[in-house]
Design a protein around this ligand. Structure first.
Ligand SMILES: *[C@@H]1O[C@H](CO)[C@@H](O)[C@H](O)[C@H]1NC(C)=O
Ligand SMILES: *[C@@H]1O[C@H](CO)[C@@H](O)[C@H](O)[C@H]1NC(C)=O
Ligand SMILES: *[C@@H]1O[C@H](CO)[C@@H](O)[C@H](O)[C@H]1NC(C)=O
Ligand SMILES: [Fe+2]
Length: 427
């Protein structure tokens, strides 16, 4: 008996190796690194610069100085040009023994589409930054990565994204992985500055942004809200934790998985109103970002209220509004579902995609529930990022890029047709 069992075991290992199952070892996690403040910066030099969209033609410029400095941005369309300027507000926060630098937020515009602007912050003329505004018409390309962190894998993800020629970055939560160690927020700001000062980065919060410590720091999202100020008022939201924005025919909703979402909550009522206002002539595409995925066949993060209950309460709203795609993070892996609603395939439901694979120190979520549910089309525990290129009112291409391959290598791709162009799914 033992002999036969041994032979069967050998045979099955041989089959698995031949099928490639054992041929690839998942890369191990990489450690956090810390990027210190550059020594040659003066105390009023801008650092950790990142930008975000505000309304149809404005941009918020966010940066930090070590000491008091003027919240002013001078900008123009050629290097060194200061044809325009705008001022804004300065804030800072305390967290246990840490006091942040001066955090400045200035909204500039109106800006022309598809134009490179050169800008300087706090009268520092030795550091000039530049960004490109989104195009006025399709196509438009979003890059998406959740659970980013600041490891060697994050560095690899950022290099790939930098090569992707994207217009807007979407962050479905868990950004810095500072996890209460506030200087890591500063380090993260420095790590992403080369990218985030050049293209708008639009985020929503994950569980790692909460950062409460019992009896010591009871206010949630202190660092996140101070540093990652998003355009919530413009969409009628009363919280930085959820909002929406529109860009070139795409209505993007950033939901908050870690604030109230039940039918009596402000977020629920806001979402219902926001989706009701979507004009499919103007924005044929609707995209939603959440942190904890509503569809997930990884063994990690099963059964959490942010997945189960938020889906139970809000999926109907998304379905009725014919949301095209839902991006999520939280699970450190990649997974793409078919169009689904209420647990089953539905041609008028959203495509759910988990991209919690940005590269943080916790490593990959490698174990999947077997057998694979039929609605899960592609799942893999590798670091990487997604790209969502909306080609026109009816067609968009989603691709997934692994870090162990070159940016040009597409590991998964799917053409999506907008639900607004499908007569069977008319709202
Ligand atoms: C990030 O990647 C760049 C380019 O490969 C490399 O020069 C740099 O040392 C990396 N940084 C870290 C902290 O790994
Ligand atoms: C969702 O599916 C469950 C069964 O899995 C069913 O009981 C429920 O009524 C369905 N809800 C809706 C809104 O269709
Ligand atoms: C939209 O893009 C798709 C894919 O490139 C193309 O097949 C289709 O003809 C385009 N539609 C229009 C109206 O241009
Ligand atoms: Fe998370």
């Amino acid at each position: 008996m033992a002999g036969i069992r041994g032979i069967l075991l050998m045979l099955s290992i041989f089959v698995m190796v031949a099928a490639g199952v054992l041929s690839y070892d998942r890369p191990p996690p990489r450690k956090d690194f810390f990027i210190p403040r550059l020594k040659y910066l003066s105390s009023t030099s801008p650092e950790q610069v990142h930008i975000s969209l505000v309304g149809p033609d404005k941009m918020r410029i966010s940066w930090i100085t070590k000491s008091d400095a003027t919240a002013i941005v001078e900008y123009g369309t050629s290097p060194g040009e200061s044809k325009f300027s705008a001022t804004g507000a300065t804030t800072s926060y305390s967290y246990v023994l840490y006091t942040s630098g001066k955090i400045h937020h200035v909204v500039i515009g109106p800006l022309k589409p598809n134009t490179i602007y050169y800008y300087r912050c706090s009268y520092d003329y030795t550091h000039e930054f530049s960004f490109k505004t989104p195009p006025p018409l399709f196509p438009i390309k979003f890059a998406i990565a959740g659970d980013v962190g600041q490891t060697g894998w994050t560095n690899s993800t950022l290099q790939h994204i930098a090569q992707s020629n994207y217009d807007i970055m979407l962050l479905p939560g868990d950004v810095s992985y500072a996890d209460t160690v506030q200087p890591l927020w500063d380090s993260f700001g420095r790590l992403i500055e080369p990218l985030a000062s050049q293209r708008p980065w639009m985020s929503t919060e994950g569980n790692h942004e909460i950062e409460t410590i019992r009896f010591i720091h009871s206010t949630p999202f202190t660092a996140y809200n101070a540093r990652w100020r998003m355009p919530f008022e413009e969409s009628g939201s009363t919280s930085n934790l959820y909002y929406s924005f529109e860009v070139v025919g795409v209505h993007v909703v950033m939901l908050g998985s870690y604030t109230d979402f039940d039918p009596n909550s402000d977020q629920y009522k806001w979402l219902r109103g926001d989706l009701a206002k979507v004009d499919r002539q103007r924005t044929p595409w609707v995209v939603v970002n959440i942190h904890a995925p509503w569809y997930n066949s990884n063994t990690a993060h099963q059964g959490e209220t942010e997945s189960v209950d938020m889906k139970k309460y809000m999926e109907g709203l998304l379905y009725q509004a014919r949301v095209d795609v839902v991006f999520a993070g939280h699970v450190h892996a990649y997974e793409r579902f078919s169009r689904v609603y209420n647990g089953t395939e539905d041609k008028c439901g959203a495509v759910h995609i988990t991209v919690g694979d940005g590269g943080n120190r916790e490593g990959l979520a490698k174990d999947y529930i077997d057998p694979k549910p039929e609605i899960s089309v592609f799942r893999e525990a590798s670091f990487g990022h997604g790209e969502f290129e909306v080609v026109n009112a009816t067609h968009a291409l989603f691709t997934w890029h692994r870090n162990q391959d070159d940016e040009a290598v597409v590991s998964d791709s799917v053409w999506l047709k907008s639900l607004s162009s499908d007569p069977a799914c008319k709202v």
